[in-house]
Design a protein around this ligand. Structure first.
Ligand code: ADP
Ligand code: MG
Length: 239
C-alpha cells in the first residue's frame, strides 16, 4: 500500500526577477502519507507559507513537481486543480481568509456547496464542524463580529468540514489560547489518525510534538528532518 497523499519533489519557488528576486524555496522534497501529520518549523521568512501554497496548488512553483493523490498538478487542467482543492484539501490560512459577507456557518459550508453538496447537507456538516471547535453559538455571526481566536476556529472548521484527505494548516493556533489550541490540535490529530494527511506549520515545539515528523526549513531549504520525540519524554514522564 502506498497511501501517498502528497509528494513534493525538487520544489523551488522564486518571487520576482533580477536583483530584487527572492528565492523562497529551493530544492524541497516532502512526502505526506495517509495517517501522517508533518510539522514544518522554521524562522519567519524561511518559506513555510510558500510551501503550503505550493502543496495546495494555490501557487505554481518555479521548478519541481507537486503530486496530490496521484494527480500531477503541472499536468492538470485548472478546473481539475480547483476541484481537487475543494474536495481533497482543507486549508487553514495564516490570515484566516474568511469571507466577510458570509456568516460563520456559510463560510464553512460554501466549499462543500461549491463541490455540489445540497445546501441542507452542507449546512449540517458545517454545524458539525463548528461544534467541534465549540462555536455552535456563533454560527450566525459574521467574521467582523468574532474575535481573532473565533475567526481562526471558523477557518479551522472550514478546513476539516466534509471528507478532506489532506489538511494544510498555517500556524492554526496562533490566535488561540493554549487550551483552545490544544483542542484544535487534538482535532487535527484525530482526523489524521482516521486516515487523512496533514501539514502543520508552527513555531511552537509543543505543538510540533503532535506530529509524526518535523521538517525544519531555513532560507527555503529543508535543513533537518526528525521524528518527533513524544511529549512525555520531553516532560520526563518516565519517572
Ligand atoms: P514564512 O511563512 O516561513 O514566514 P514565506 O513563505 O511567507 O515564509 O516567505 C518566504 C520568503 O519569500 C520571504 O523572504 C518572503 O518575504 C518572500 N515572499 C513571500 N511571498 C512573497 C511574494 N508574494 N512576493 C515576494 N516575496 C514573497
Ligand atoms: Mg508564514
Amino acid at each position: 500500500m502506498s497511501g501517498e497523499l502528497l509528494r513534493l519533489s525538487g520544489i523551488s519557488q522564486q518571487y520576482g526577477n533580477g536583483a530584487t528576486s527572492v528565492t523562497a524555496l529551493s530544492g524541497v522534497d516532502l512526502t505526506v502519507h495517509a495517517g501522517e501529520l508533518v510539522a514544518v518549523m522554521g524562522a519567519s521568512g524561511s518559506g513555510k507559507s510558500t510551501l503550503l501554497a505550493v502543496a495546495g496548488g494555490l501557487s505554481t512553483p518555479t521548478a519541481g513537481e507537486v503530486v496530490v493523490e496521484g494527480t500531477y498538478l503541472s499536468d492538470a487542467r485548472s478546473a481539475d486543480v480547483a476541484r481537487l482543492r475543494r474536495r481533497t484539501l482543507g486549508f487553514v490560512f495564516q490570515d484566516f481568509n474568511l469571507i466577510p459577507t458570509l456568516t460563520a456557518r456559510e463560510n464553512v459550508s460554501l466549499p462543500l456547496e461549491l463541490d455540489g453538496w445540497k445546501p441542507r447537507r452542507a449546512r449540517s456538516a458545517a454545524d458539525d464542524a463548528l461544534a467541534r471547535v465549540s462555536l455552535s453559538d456563533r454560527a450566525d455571526h459574521f467574521p467582523d463580529d468574532l474575535s481573532g481566536g473565533q475567526q481562526q476556529r471558523v477557518a479551522i472548521a472550514r478546513a476539516v468540514a466534509g471528507p478532506r484527505s489532506l489538511i494544510l494548516a498555517d500556524e492554526p493556533t496562533g490566535a488561540l489560547d493554549s487550551e483552545t489550541g490544544d483542542t484544535v490540535l487534538r482535532m487535527l490529530r484525530s482526523r489524521v489518525d482516521a486516515g487523512a494527511g496533514g501539514i502543520l506549520v508552527t513555531h511552537d515545539a509543543r505543538h510540533a510534538a503532535w506530529a509524526d515528523r518535523i521538517v525544519f526549513l531555513r532560507d527555503g531549504r529543508v535543513v533537518d528532518e526528525s521524528s518527533v520525540t513524544p511529549l512525555e519524554t520531553l516532560l520526563g514522564a518516565d519517572s
